[in-house]
Design a protein around this ligand. Structure first.
Ligand code: NDP
Length: 336
């Protein structure tokens, strides 16, 4: 094994630029060595800005680079499947952005291809890496709120102008609020509750930002296999509120403020009757740095990615069920 795992990026994306390049290069055991973009100009500029040794526009050339051990895919969602299959075929480990794919069958094909090639596949559901969500999961498992009964997720945000592209105008690219935000709610609730999603009902709307048949706001209810009912509100259109999560149990409620975010921030409270106590957490760690750290370890055979391929598949299944419910107006059972 080399001293540093070489990471190659597919997609000169915002998430790569704002978070992932630094997260990869911050590890003592990994470094970005190549960037592939569909645009030669973007590839060259991205490589120059981030001091990446090589850049290219052809997938074959990229995957033939022996310096690449791990491929990070952050293209638009419709491209994740083919790029993952090609990377697996070339023997590269894959950390793929969420949603893993546009259909459950495609996500399962990605998992199967990586398993067959003997490479690790992870989904970059960053919120599992937040110390806040990890503390919630631990407290619930320890019985701090007794039996969990209900949850609420507040994940309505304002999509910043520089991201008002394919998310709001390209159904074929997997745009829309459900595949962008609700998929994170499903994953985070699955993680915090240590439960799987069984059934959903949802209603979607266009509130002035999304076009074509895409939604920019969704509300709904989820039922988990431990009996928890969860309300959720996700949007691209809300400018004047924070995010959060609440979990209510038989012995108390956990209230989490400003936790559905990319930043390592947020506060936790435990409420019993009228008494509210702030909960101390371990020191926060950059969510994306933890994701890369655990992925590097998984590549070395030490543990699992923060969100495994199975997590990516199950969380996608939940989001697709929400989309189907919003379209049909019916309650939808989540496929597995
Ligand atoms: P961007 O719109 O920034 O980038 C998506 C792709 O668009 C890029 O890979 C790039 O591909 C192409 N692109 C970039 N700039 C331009 C341009 N000026 N004109 C035309 N094409 C361009 O998307 P995001 O970074 O916001 O999202 C990428 C992926 O990451 C998605 O799957 C998303 O769901 C996920 N994501 C995950 C987050 C998380 O926290 N886990 C947060 C944000 C996004 P190329 O260079 O190859 O042409």
């Amino acid at each position: 094994m080399k001293a540093k795992l070489g990471w190659g990026l597919i997609g000169a994306s915002t998430i790569a630029r704002e978070w992932m390049v630094d997260a990869i290069n911050a590890q003592p055991d990994s470094q970005v060595v190549n960037i592939m973009s569909s645009s030669p100009v973007r590839a060259q500029q991205f490589a120059h800005t981030h001091h990446i040794a090589r850049h290219c526009t052809a997938l074959d050339e990229f995957l033939a680079d022996p310096a690449i051990d791990v491929v990070y895919i952050s293209t638009t969602n419709e491209l994740h499947k083919e790029q993952t299959l090609a990377a697996a075929h070339a023997g590269k480990h894959v950390l793929c952005e969420k949603p893993l794919a546009l259909t459950l069958a495609d996500a399962k094909a990605m998992d199967a291809a990586c398993a067959k090639a003997g490479v690790v596949l992870g989904a970059n559901h960053h919120l599992r890496n937040a110390v806040t969500h990890r503390t919630l999961r631990k407290l619930i498992a320890e019985g701090a709120i007794g039996q969990p009964l209900a949850a609420r997720v507040f994940h309505a945000v304002y999509l910043p102008p520089h991201l008002q592209g394919w998310r709001i105008n390209a159904p074929q690219a997997g745009g829309g609020v459900i595949l962008d935000i609700t998929v994170h709610d499903v994953d985070t609730l699955r993680f915090v509750l240590d439960a799987n999603l069984e059934s959903v009902m949802a209603m979607e709307a266009q509130q002035g930002m999304a076009q074509h048949r895409l939604g920019d706001a969704v509300m709904g209810v989820m039922r988990f296999d431990n009996g928890v009912l969860a309300q959720f509100h996700d949007a691209f259109t809300i400018q004047h509120t924070g995010t959060g999560m609440q979990i209510h149990g038989t012995e108390g409620s956990l209230l989490a403020e400003d936790v559905m975010t990319q930043q390592p921030i947020g506060k936790l409270y435990l409420r019993r009757h009228a008494d509210v106590e702030e909960i101390e957490t371990d020191p926060p760690e950059n969510l994306y740095m933890r994701s890369v750290r655990l992925f590097n370890q998984a590549v070395k055979g030490e543990g699992q990615p923060a969100a495994s391929a199975q997590d990516g598949i199950q969380s996608l299944a939940g989001a697709l069920a929400v989309a189907e419910s919003a379209q049909t107006g019916k309650q939808v059972e989540v496929q597995s």
